[in-house]
Design a protein around this ligand. Structure first.
Ligand code: 5AD
Ligand code: SF4
Length: 425
């Protein structure tokens, strides 16, 4: 979602004549897009802003802005801590970035735009299909009403708002006309898409409407909440050929006591039943997840249940995080916090187990023939190109860069920890 927001901001500024540079010292305008979902992300922003302060201490007169969740959370606080910042732009105000920049240039004083509007104007912003773009995000909703007890998102992104399906379809159409092959539908909880709309389009219907365009090669979506992951949506994996066989379904914990304190509103048993149904409809689906370790009150036996679940589901991969307190969320006030060294140990153990599972899963691809959408040249070698399987695995193989943007058949020769090696057929 943040990448998508950065693209929106960049496209608004390009319309004003700005061009992007990768050399920060040469920039006239620097905008830091921020995430505040975990403490570590927040620390990264502060160290980057520290580096920019040193840059501005010299001759540099660049305008510096901060956007995103941390901007929303801190508002005025940013200026007190970082007086070298010229403006702060919250999550509902991306559309105002060009005018904020102009104002900052004219008034040379700190400006902030962090008000929440009933309607989120930036939801209507579309990302341009730049030449050669193969894959594009399309925002279908923003905000979240779930208030999981550890999560800051509902506070910094506001209440859930879905975008009318007609606008989404038009954006997808425009992107595919420009050659985009893959559409990734974005939202904090795409499964509850449509609840704020007058029209009766739920998420499975939206997927059907996109399929009916017959112009999209691949459809993906993120993120799903297990509690809203319906049978209709599971059936979509059988009914919509364009829907890729990959689902990111954050479980967070394998222990019902912890899930309840997290306010996730599903049980381990319900989660497992959904996974089973998904696999019965689509046996090769790749399933990834998010897991938090060291949530307040997570006893050793509770953590062990998470390990058991990870081994039972055999996820293709997981993103795992140490719990961190976020300001204002419910779990910040929970008393039984887990010591940092314990969290570190649990995270290392979990990651070790998952690394082995991921390697096993990648090895199990050997000998299969996969449809691969070529995305670019490989990092490791100029002679190789890379792309993704429908299950979202990265494959490197010998081939010409002329194949970028094309879908080719690749035989998988070898599975590694983070990618596959293949041979084009
Ligand atoms: N501490 C640790 N991880 C968190 N996440 C969200 N909030 C926190 C927190 N306070 C993780 C969840 C979520 C992912 C985007 O970030 O796993 O799915
Ligand atoms: Fe946060 Fe829960 Fe909403 Fe996901 S569903 S954004 S974890 S509150």
């Amino acid at each position: 979602m943040n990448v998508n927001d950065s693209e929106k901001a960049a496209s608004l500024l390009e319309k004003e004549g700005y061009v992007q540079t990768s050399e920060v010292e040469k920039a006239d305008l620097i905008i830091v897009n921020t995430c505040s979902v975990r403490d570590k992300a927040e620390q990264k922003v502060h160290s980057l802003l520290g580096r920019l302060r040193r840059l501005k201490n010299g001759e540099n007169t660049a305008i510096i802005g901060v956007m995103g969740c941390l901007a929303q959370q801190w508002g005025k606080g940013f200026f007190k801590r970082c007086p070298h910042i010229n403006f702060v732009c919250g999550t509902h105000n991306i559309h105002r970035i060009p005018s904020l920049v102009k104002e900052a240039q004219l008034r040379k004083k700190y400006i902030e735009a962090v008000n929440f509007n009933g309607h989120v104007p930036s939801l209507d912003l579309c990302v341009p299909a730049s030449k050669g773009k193969i894959s594009s995000y399309v925002t279908i909703m923003q905000g979240c009403n779930n208030f999981c007890s550890y999560c800051i998102v509902p506070y910094v992104r506001g209440r859930e708002e879905s975008r009318p399906s007609g606008d989404i379809i038009r954006e997808v159409q425009r992107l595919t006309e420009k050659g985009v092959q893959e559409i990734i539908l974005l939202g904090q909880n795409v499964n509850s898409y449509g609840q704020t709309l007058e029209e009766e389009t739920g998420f499975p219907e939206l997927l059907g409407k996109i399929r009916d365009l017959h112009s999209v090669n691949r459809i993906r979506f993120t993120t799903s909440h297990p509690k809203d992951f319906s049978d209709d949506l599971i059936n979509s994996f059988a009914e919509i050929d364009e829907l890729c066989e990959h689902i990111h379904l954050p479980v967070q914990s394998g222990c019902n006591e912890v899930l309840e304190k997290m306010r996730r509103r599903y049980t381990v048993e319900e989660y497992l039943a959904k996974v089973e149904r998904l696999r019965s409809i689509c046996p090769d689906i790749s399933i990834t997840s998010d897991v938090i370790v060291g949530f307040p009150g997570e006893e050793e036996k509770y953590f062990q249940k998470t390990i058991d679940l990870v081994k039972k589901v055999r996820f293709d991969n997981i993103f795992s995080f140490k719990y961190s307190d976020r300001p204002g969320v419910a779990s910040q006030r929970f008393s039984d916090k887990i010591p940092e060294d314990m969290k570190n140990k649990r995270l290392a153990l979990l990651q070790d187990i998952q690394a082995k599972l991921t390697l096993e899963k990648n090895r199990a691809q050997e000998g299969k023939t996969e449809q691969v959408l070529v995305e670019g040249t490989s990092k490791g070698s100029d002679a190789d190109i890379m792309g993704r399987t429908r299950g979202n695995r990265i494959v490197n193989f010998k081939g010409s860069s002329r194949l970028i943007g094309k879908t080719v058949q690749v035989k998988i020769l070898r599975g590694y920890a983070h990618s596959l090696r293949g041979e084009m057929i």
